[in-house]
Design a protein around this ligand. Structure first.
Ligand code: ZN
Length: 299
């Protein structure tokens, strides 16, 4: 398997706006956990009239930190990368308090996680952008411009945001420095995910700022390793099919020999995601549903 050059040293403090660059400040919310690493990194773009990307969860400490950071500033836009509960719940109360709109992309109907396997922070039931946005929409402040980059894969509605002035991409959960992203059907889609990784790689950003953890500065090799890691996993799934493993759980025990058994449900959903991609690209077939219950064969 390709080793991804993960970056797990993360210099940050909770509850204050920390300058990241001339136009970017970040507040880290106090919601650390297995799916959020040290917590949600909330980005404030601009210096006087500002935009916020993913305002994060609703906690008293985080509310206070945002209020302090927004003193003497005008909040003009709240952008959402996707509808997970560690990213979007603060959007509505913040927009109401500061009198601005929430911008995001509604998820594709039916593309909600039905696996019952807890693999991320879960959905935000209150996700409801005021204004629906899509790929290549542009927004302007007095000294900043942001452009949307639709990156389905982690979820169907995932958006990244490119800050033109600093050739920076705010990548949400699409690309993270500390871990791989979760891609679980039906909301997550491996084929879309690989396409979206290549799309971002081709756009040649100088820096990627994920929602969780540190920035990625060696962008192109990092994304390539992220892609290669998925392709290696796919080859392992094909190899397992070829030696006669037909059932997902058999493939999991064959492929994931070095993980704790408690992680098998998560690994199984990842294998399903790869199997769907293999079926869609004609390299495998399935008898029954393309789920944990399916029976899969190499073509
Ligand atoms: Zn997420």
């Amino acid at each position: 398997m390709t080793d991804i050059p993960f970056i797990r040293t993360h210099d940050f403090a909770y509850g204050i706006a920390e300058p990241q660059s001339r136009l970017v400040n970040r507040i880290t919310a106090d919601n650390p956990g297995p799916f959020t690493f040290t917590g949600t990194g909330v980005f404030i773009i601009g210096t006087r009239d500002v935009a916020i990307i993913d305002p994060g969860p609703i906690t008293p400490a985080h509310t206070k930190a945002l209020d302090i950071a927004l003193e003497n500033k005008t909040l003009t836009h709240i952008f959402l990368t996707h509808h997970h509960a560690d990213h979007s719940p603060m959007a509505k109360p913040l927009a109401t308090k500061y009198g601005c709109k929430v911008y995001g992309k509604p998820p594709v109907k039916g593309a909600v996680d039905g696996s019952g396997v807890q693999m991320d922070a879960g959905d935000d039931p209150g996700f409801a952008p005021d204004i629906s946005i899509d790929d290549e929409d542009e927004f302007f402040g007095s000294n900043w411009s942001l452009k949307t980059v639709h990156t389905p894969g982690h979820t169907s509605n995932h958006l990244c945001f490119a800050l033109g002035e600093e050739n920076t991409l705010f990548s949400g959960d699409h690309i993270m420095g500390w871990a791989t992203s979760v891609v679980i059907p039906p909301g997550g889609h491996m084929g879309d995910y690989l396409t979206s990784l290549n799309k971002v790689k081709d756009q040649n950003y100088d820096i990627i700022r994920p929602t969780h953890g540190p920035a990625i500065t060696d962008v192109s090799p990092f994304i390539q390793a992220y892609i290669d890691h998925r392709l290696d996993r796919e080859e392992q799934v094909i190899a397992a099919l070829r030696i006669g493993h037909e059932i997902v759980i058999d493939m999991v025990t064959h492929i994931y020999t070095d993980i704790d058994k408690r992680l098998y449900p998560a690994a199984a959903m990842s294998v399903v995601s790869h199997l769907i991609h293999l079926c869609e690209t004609g390299r495998a077939t399935c008898v029954g549903p393309m789920t944990l219950a399916g029976q899969f064969f190499a073509t």
